[in-house]
Design a protein around this ligand. Structure first.
Ligand SMILES: Cc1ncc(COP(=O)(O)O)c(C=O)c1O
Length: 344
């Protein structure tokens, strides 16, 4: 069976993580990530080594919950979140933020999935006006939903802007490892060091089976998050199985190895696609996604062999995602199917 380019969560679990799960399966361990669970304690220490000691870390099942609960913890129901229209939080969480937080999302149209302080500025006029929801969080995705990445100084500008207006900066880091590799920088250089307040730290899209982390960059902000998590139905009783995965993920830079591979494959895929003169790459290829406009008729033909998602029905833009297990042969196979599909 061919692999797909649908998403980096269509791939399986990388062998190192599978092995860590097997190892964690051998004994009885205290439930709920309590002090007697060595996997959870060790994974938290690894997060501290990566991001700095002044953080608090909580594991949850999935990325939607990491976003919704991380944001919820810092908001009252009359607060609003400012994000790109394309943000997963805004478009792909089935209005979970609206339901579970009661928050309003103030969306910004973007070409590249990135927002800038000057685009947030118009919302400030609502602050102090009792008839309007009060902007309280700026939420960005790193990597964005358009496959682009923020430079550390762009994130710092947003964090400074947020803090200057009594707001917080949230980062959806479902693909944070891919961003770090693309930037050639440590994750802390564009999170801890530039003023991010809370982030969702992704694992599932980079070789894990399941599990994401909510990281607060100031333990005061994360205070009592365990109650938000439990009420949010995301406290895993067999916590060790999320923790053991993260523990391995953050050992010997497995996160970097997997993300480097996926990014490299996306570069290779983009290079191969550039051979096709009729096909336009629509976004800068920064991490592990390639966004292209395909001839409409070719789309279902290629999807039969190598599935991918259509990103824009009007322009026939599609998203091709590479993963920790994408191979050169997958790319060549895709290219040959594409070549045949666009002949007709
Ligand atoms: C940018 C982004 N954030 C968060 C998520 C997390 O989603 P899930 O709840 O499916 O783990 C995804 C998954 O598609 C994503 O692409």
């Amino acid at each position: 069976m061919n692999k797909s380019f649908a998403s980096d969560n269509w791939s399986g679990v990388c062998p190192e993580i599978m092995d860590a799960l097997q190892q964690a399966n051998l004994a009885h361990v205290e439930a709920y990530g309590e002090a007697g669970d060595p996997y959870t304690q060790s994974a938290i220490q690894k997060f501290k080594a990566l991001l700095g000691d002044n953080i608090s870390v909580f594991f949850v099942y999935n990325g939607t919950a990491a976003n919704v609960l991380g944001v919820k913890h810092l908001l009252r129901s009359y607060h609003a979140v400012v994000s790109a229209k394309s943000a997963h939080l805004n478009e792909d969480e089935c209005a979970a933020p609206e339901k579970f937080i009661g928050t309003k999302i103030l969306e910004i149209e973007t070409e590249d999935g990135k927002i800038r302080p000057e685009q947030v500025a118009p919302f400030l006029s609502s602050i102090g006006f009792q008839h309007h929801a009060q902007p309280r969080i700026i939420s960005i995705s790193q990597v964005t939903e358009k496959g682009t990445i923020y430079q550390p100084e762009e994130i710092k500008a947003l964090a400074d802007f947020a803090h200057g207006h009594d707001m917080f900066l949230h980062m959806d880091g479902a693909r944070v490892s891919n961003a770090a590799v693309a930037l050639g920088k440590e994750i802390r250089s564009f999170t801890t060091d530039v003023g991010v307040d809370v982030m969702s730290f992704g694992g599932t899209k980079n070789g894990m089976m399941f599990g994401e982390a909510v990281v607060f960059f100031n333990p005061e902000l994360g205070k009592e998050f365990e109650y938000t998590r439990k009420q949010g139905m995301q406290l895993h009783s067999k916590m060790r199985f999320i923790a053991a995965q993260f523990d391995r993920f953050l050992t010997d830079e497995l996160w970097k190895k997997n993300a480097s591979h996926a990014n490299k494959m996306a570069d290779m895929l983009a290079a191969r696609i550039r051979d096709f003169k009729r096909i336009k790459i629509t976004q800068e290829v920064s991490a592990n996604g390639v966004f292209v406009e395909l001839p409409e008729a070719a789309i279902p033909k290629v999807q039969k062999d190598y599935f991918f998602h259509i990103w824009n029905e009007n322009t026939h833009e599609v998203r091709l995602m590479c993963s920790w297990d994408t191979t050169k042969e997958d790319i060549e196979g895709f290219a040959s199917v594409l070549e045949k599909a666009i002949e007709y």
